[in-house]
Every structure is written in structure tokens, then in C-alpha cells.
Design a protein around this ligand. Structure first.
Ligand code: MN
Length: 262
């Protein structure tokens, strides 16, 4: 296998089936219904799972691990810790909203952090996990911003600022981003077909699971003679939805549009 950051095999070896996959919850104190749905999910379906994978944008934003101290974030971390205490391994891959989540969040929540992308194997099946924003390569202004905020030097400088200053900066970026999105064509905010193909090729034609685009679906591709699948996770704005993988295959719980062939 080539490409992607090396990951320690240890935490992922604790992943058991059925595995549940969610992304783009955008949790915040301002959306109590979504938070309530997440807490119900953690104490219900997730408790009956073997493992839980959260593929980014769990939080509306995460200004740094000292943000774990707010009452709302503490409640989220406590609920996740209870899941871990019940023996369900939980994994978290930061998205663009919570890219500053680090060891502090892992310690508070009991989740294992994953790099983006990360692959996990269950029997003969390899699942490749990604948040998905790195695949939206047609959105050049977003990719320039992404490169900046992933720069370790930028991150160190940013995290050195007071928490309130960081929160203010993030609010401004969010407002600018919402304005910019309204002026962008919808298709440039979706994943780029070549970027997906390159990623699948580099990882040996796995099944890809990602979020970020808020365009839930199941896509199948024939690539270099291999049949590949791409599952796009739903956001939780209107209703919770999750993808389950078990030895019997994939199933989607809650609302997802019908399968599309490409
Ligand atoms: Mn995202």
C-alpha cells in the first residue's frame, strides 16, 4: 500500500464489527436537537456496535484542545467516554471544522485519533476513511485555505493566541465561508472524480467512506478493472443517519438517496 500517513496498527486492531460511521454532526450548544440525537445515538445504536468511526466535523468548530473545557464540549466528551467505558472502540478523524482537535480531545473523550486518510481492514475488506475535503480539488480557494491551516507553523502560531481570539477568528472564517459558498457553483464543492480515482488507486481499490460534502450517497466505479465503492455520509442537520459495515456488507440507517451507478 502506498500513500497516506502511516498509522499505528494498535488502536485500529481493537475495531470490531459491526462498525458504525458518522460525520458532519456540527455539534454546538446552538443546535440542541442535533446534540440530543447524538446522545441518543451514543446510548442506543452505538452501544450495540463493535466500533464507532467519526469522520470529521463532529463539532461546529474546535478552537484547540483547551476548548474541551466549555460545558457543552465537556458533555459531548463525557458521553463519548461512556461509550468507551462500555467497551466500544471509538475513532475520530478531524474534519475541516475540528482540524485542531488533538491529544487533548482524545484524552477527554476516550477516542483514538486517526490521520486522514486512514485504512482499516475487516477480513478481506479494506475500508478507506477520509473526511473528504481534500478530495474537493476543484475548489481552488478552499484548497489554498486548507493548505494554510494544515501548516504546522500556522497552527502553532494560531494555538498560541488566547481561546477567545481564536473563537472570534473562526467565527469570521465561517461567515466568510458561508458567503463564498453562495457564490460558488455546486459542482466545484463536490469531490473531484480524478482525486477520488487517484486515492482509490493508491490504496489498492478499497471501499471509500467519507463525509464533508453533505451529499449522502453510494457510488460505484469501475477503475482499472476493479469495482470500487464510495459511500458518502449524511450530515446531521435534519436527521441523524449512519452507515454500518458488518461481514454481511454495508447498510445505511435513515434517509439516504438511492444508489447511483456512475
Ligand atoms: Mn467538512
Amino acid at each position: 500500500m502506498t500513500g497516506g500517513a502511516p498509522i499505528s496498527p494498535d488502536p485500529l486492531s481493537t475495531a470490531r464489527l459491526p462498525a458504525l460511521f458518522i460525520a458532519d454532526l456540527h455539534l454546538s450548544a446552538a443546535r440542541p436537537q442535533t446534540a440530543a440525537a447524538f446522545f441518543d445515538f451514543l446510548s442506543g445504536p452505538a452501544r450495540r456496535a463493535g466500533s464507532l468511526f467519526i469522520l470529521g466535523d463532529l463539532f461546529e468548530y474546535w478552537a484547540g484542545d483547551d476548548d474541551a473545557g466549555s460545558p457543552f464540549n465537556q458533555k459531548v466528551c463525557l458521553a463519548l467516554r461512556e461509550l468507551a467505558a462500555n467497551g466500544i472502540a471509538a475513532f475520530f478523524m478531524p474534519g475541516n471544522r475540528d482540524l485542531l482537535a488533538g491529544d487533548g480531545l482524545a484524552a477527554s473523550s476516550g477516542m483514538h485519533l486517526l490521520p486522514d486518510p486512514a485504512s482499516v481492514r475487516f477480513g478481506a475488506q479494506t475500508l478507506l476513511l477520509s473526511h473528504g475535503d481534500a478530495l474537493c480539488t476543484d475548489d481552488l480557494s478552499y484548497q489554498a485555505y486548507r493548505q494554510q491551516v494544515h501548516d504546522p507553523v500556522w497552527q502553532t502560531g494560531f494555538l498560541a493566541q488566547p481561546l477567545d481570539t481564536r473563537r472570534e477568528f473562526i467565527e469570521q472564517v465561517r461567515n466568510r465561508s458561508e458567503t463564498a459558498k453562495r457564490g460558488k457553483r455546486a459542482d466545484i464543492m463536490d469531490v473531484n472524480t480524478d482525486a477520488v480515482a487517484n486515492l482509490l488507486r493508491a490504496h489498492g481499490y478499497p471501499a471509500l467512506i467519507h463525509g464533508h460534502t453533505h451529499r449522502p450517497g453510494h457510488h460505484t466505479y469501475m477503475l482499472d478493472g476493479h469495482r470500487c465503492e464510495r459511500y458518502v455520509l449524511a450530515d446531521w442537520h435534519d436527521h441523524p443517519a449512519w452507515l454500518t459495515y458488518d461481514y454481511a456488507g454495508f447498510s445505511v440507517y435513515n434517509h439516504i438517496p438511492a444508489t447511483k451507478e456512475e
